[in-house]
Write a protein that binds this ligand. Structure first.
Ligand code: FDA
Length: 305
């Protein structure tokens, strides 16, 4: 039953017409629990509050499907604005973005042009940029673009998903770039031809790649709400004397908030992924798919609206 609900929400997350419709109606159905607001000004307020609690941030201007080059260029300009706001307001925040929103499905030269523009501005303000990883069909291209840009910019990282069979090999190849990687379980619905269908295998592979990346001496962001993975990482760091400035934990805005504060109190770096913008629908559906119990919030939201 839970799996069926997961699949249902992941199916909904990819629905273009609903995505476009949702944009017009503002944050609805409890989405405000996971999304920091629809404008950069609202997001800045949220980041300020998080920074006050010693939580650092990565900000994400939401947007997934762009239909033409103009829309992709507009998304890139929004990212530049976000970087400038981080610099101007002296926020402790990085930037995260999705290559589809930069035009990945349209033309490769559009993506690289937009990425260079964002990375140049980010460099000026000392802002690090992480390319989120999307579904399997975009993985290869995303990694290729990351590798190209990493040769030109230090302030860039990407994401590796533990549920993919190809991940270990990707990590071996990426090691030559000494990359700063965010490691995650993976949020999309993938076929068993390309991804582990069983949670236990995903968790085992997650631990394996955390160990691999940390012991290789690379900066590692462990992005999870899973206590077992967090405990595993802490133990690994202690056993191998890995300094605390070589890794960080990351969680999503609005999820396991108490745990986020505890990790800060324990002296770990804790980064919160803060999405904002009007294109909240796909992101929100993936959060529901991860934990169908969240649907209770949706129902409350429906009652309010
Ligand atoms: P798991 O799903 O096993 O959850 C462990 C526990 O965490 C649950 O039992 C529950 O208590 C809590 N929890 C998890 N999700 C929750 C939710 N939505 N609501 C409430 N509680 C929840 N994926 C991807 O494919 N590409 C990407 O670029 C990113 N980027 C990214 C950045 C950051 C900062 C995070 C934290 C996550 C991502 N992800 C991602 C998402 C990731 O792949 C994964 O889907 C989620 O983190 C959920 O998996 P967990 O590791 O938390 O474990």
């Amino acid at each position: 039953m839970e799996q069926a609900m997961r699949n249902f929400f992941l199916f909904l997350s990819k629905n273009k017409p609903i995505t476009k419709m949702a944009k017009k109606y503002g944050l609805r159905f409890g989405a405000a629990r996971f999304v920091a607001g629809s404008s950069i000004d609202q997001a800045v307020e949220v980041i300020r509050e998080l920074n006050k609690q010693n939580l650092v941030v990565t900000i994400d201007y939401l947007g997934e499907f762009v239909d033409n080059v103009e829309e992709a260029n507009q998304m890139a300009l929004e990212c530049v604005e976000a970087v400038r706001a981080i610099g101007r307001e002296k926020l402790r925040s990085q930037l995260s973005l999705k290559l589809t929103s930069m035009g990945l499905d349209l033309q490769e030269d559009v993506v690289t042009k937009n990425m260079r523009m964002i990375l140049e501005e980010a460099r000026k303000h000392d802002v690090f940029v992480t390319i989120d990883m999307e579904d399997y069909s975009r993985c290869e291209k995303t990694l290729e673009i990351f590798k190209t840009l990493k040769l030109e910019y230090d302030n860039i990282g990407t994401v590796i998903q533990a549920y993919l069979y190809r991940t270990e090999k990707d990590m071996e190849e990426l090691n030559a770039y000494s990359p700063n990687l965010r490691l995650v379980k993976g949020a999309y619905k993938e076929s068993s031809k390309v991804a582990f269908p069983e949670k236990k295998d995903v968790d085992d592979n997650f631990k394996k790649i955390i160990k691999m990346h940390m012991l290789n001496g690379n900066y590692t962001a462990i992005a999870t709400h899973d206590d077992k993975i967090i405990d595993y990482t802490k133990k690994l760091a202690e056993e191998h004397n890995i300094p605390r400035d070589q890794f960080e934990f990351q969680m999503l805005f609005g999820i396991c908030v108490e745990r986020q504060r505890e990790l800060v109190e324990e002296g770990y770096k804790m980064r919160v992924y803060v999405p904002y913008g009007t294109d909240w629908y796909g992101y929100f559906m993936r959060r529901l798919a991860e934990r169908p119990a969240n649907v209770a919030f949706v129902l409350k939201g429906v009652m309010k609206n």
